[in-house]
Design a protein around this ligand. Sequence first.
Ligand code: GLA
Length: 399
Amino acid sequence: MSRHNTTRPDRGEAPDLLARFRDVYPHGKGSVFMARAPGRVNLIGEHTDYNEGFVLPVAVDREVRVLGQRRPDDRVVIYSANFDRRASFELDALGLTTRQSWINYPQGVADALQRAGHHLAGANIVMWGNVPLGAGMSSSAAVEIACLLLFTTLAGLRLSPRDDALLARQAENNFVGVQTGIMDQFIARLGVAGHALLLDCRSLAYALIPLDLPGIALGVVHSGVPRGLAGSKYNERREECAEGVRLLQQVLPHIRALRDVQPAEFALVEERLPEVIRQRCRHIVTEDARVGEAAEALRAGDVARLGDLFARSQASMRDDYAITVSAIDTLVEVALAHGSVASRMTGGGFGGCTVNLVPEERWDAFTRGVMTEYPRVTGRTPTIYRCRAVDGASVEQIA
Ligand code: GLA
């Protein structure tokens, strides 16, 4: 994987956030801290995390930054530099809002921390990010992790990185209301530059695998399809998996989650399941096996094998899990026809992005091909991000 950082016009460079902070809060006093957390792209292992299985994500060089300073009261005021909007909440009166929904993520984090017994301080905050919103690159997990690091730092707390990830996930599950797994918050917090992270979502044990494929670029392409109904469809898939576990336990009493079912074993019992539940379970069981194979292929630098595994994952998400949409299927086909050697949808689905491995010498042809062919067939405009694997979240005092 090439390590150089290509600066592209679509990189969304950060404005001078400290200057913005001083403008927005001219009377604030005391130290200013900045927390940052990256977006992510998942190489393979889709919807396996909440089935206690395996995932292989990478933290990428698009990020959320939050600057904050303590206030003397219990109020949290947040200015979004992206939306040029200000919103606030009281730490002792948190409540989901539909009016400025972006503030639900910081509220959810404050809620999770307080429920865990931590005492937080009021704060003045400026938030900014260049992780594309609703694209399947986990902008929400980046917001959650960055806010969590800022809140804990301002309160003089220091939790373990694993606890940070678990609490940020609670914000999403219990406050925002999407029953996501642990993948996004975990990689946003614990990612390491130049590496993919193979995570066991049951034990939270992980291994770092160098993302070192010479001459290969990591390309993420946004389909331009917004993920409107993603939340409810996501929760529906989760329930279908739980139903699958309940039914399978009648013949496989030892299983606790789909993670415990091996593909060969599944093939012997799948006929007992109603068709839709069978398809959903088949995706999870086979996808888990593909994650293990992909980790091996990545360690061996075997790009052709990765391409094959991506193709099987894509077919499984399309035919069994039914989370791709036709524009995404087209985007994968177009990418493969124009130089990508491995392409699949990444993230929660129902729109969003594809992840691609593209030989350097074909990068220009790839971008040209995708930018012309995909809109011609679908009428949608793609956005291409060339990504590097970066470190997970951090926090520092900046003033
Ligand atoms: C979203 C969720 C993750 C994971 C993926 C699908 O990104 O937040 O927990 O389930 O979808 O793999």
